[in-house]
Design a binder for this molecule. Sequence first.
Ligand SMILES: C[S@@+](CC[C@H](N)C(=O)[O-])C[C@H]1O[C@@H](n2cnc3c(N)ncnc32)[C@H](O)[C@@H]1O
Length: 311
Amino acid sequence: MAGYHRPVLLREVIEALKVEAGGWYLDCTLGDGGHSIEILKKGGNVIGLDVDPQALARARVRLGKLGGLGRFILLRGNFRELKNLLGKPHVAKAMWGKQTEPEGLRFEGVLFDLGVSSLQLETPERGFSFSKIGLLDMRMDPTLGVRALDLIKAGGRKELDELFKNLGEEKYSRAISDAVVRAREVGGIKTTGDLAELVMNVYRRAGVRTWRIHPATKVFQALRIAVNDELNGLKEGLNQVIDLIENNGHILVISYHSLEDRIVKNTFRKWENEGFGQVLTKKPTTPSDEEVTNNPRSRSAKMRVFEKGIL
Ligand SMILES: C[S@@+](CC[C@H](N)C(=O)[O-])C[C@H]1O[C@@H](n2cnc3c(N)ncnc32)[C@H](O)[C@@H]1O
């Protein structure tokens, strides 16, 4: 079994949420529950959401062992359907003592810790990682219809070029899409390893001999974003969340690449201009050198915090 995901910017998240005993907090990306556990330990109550049933099953066991620390409700679903998920009558009922009507649900804080978990990255058959050989899948939600392999098989050369360029910011998108089209004609791409090798060969042919991050990182990122429709999901999730926050409550988003961060920055700025409250992070919070050394997966993290005003 993959080890538990190490929560990123944990101390900073807990400080920014200003967790109060008895308060309700919404963790939109539960994963292994690393952030939620700390909220529960401080006496907060948590509604945790994840689109991945494996994540939910693991977190249920892990959080269940904490016994009596705070209350938690776990829901499977995509945060792009936040209001529908929270509108289920049993959710409002479980938050008794606070509110009983779904329309009235309000949280002291909301967290989005975007991207993939260690569980997803380290399970080869989920197909997320170029360093674990598995079929190119990349669905966080296993009920989605299209896998990364389907995009690789069906995409036109131009479509693949645009996908790698727009969602991966990949410099060699044209050469990589050409190589994909050539390779698939001979049935040459099925696994994460096949694709990683293909990208590596394109880099080598382009004369690139050294790299800071694996050459396939951006192509994998582009496919993952497309398979899970991540950017639209983020916009839709954020649009719903502003109504779900108490006055003086906080919305925290940790993003891991510039496309996500741009959406967060622009949404927060728009809310500020519309008078919903204020952006507390003029510059995003990033992990300390020590955290990056201890947990290299945190290296690209950027956290932005919005505080809702008194409306
Ligand atoms: C980076 S991990 C979260 C790790 C967690 N904070 C922890 O410390 O254990 C991101 C999680 O969010 C989930 N996720 C990503 N996009 C989602 C979405 N649109 N709706 C619901 N869950 C999502 C993924 O399945 C994954 O389990």
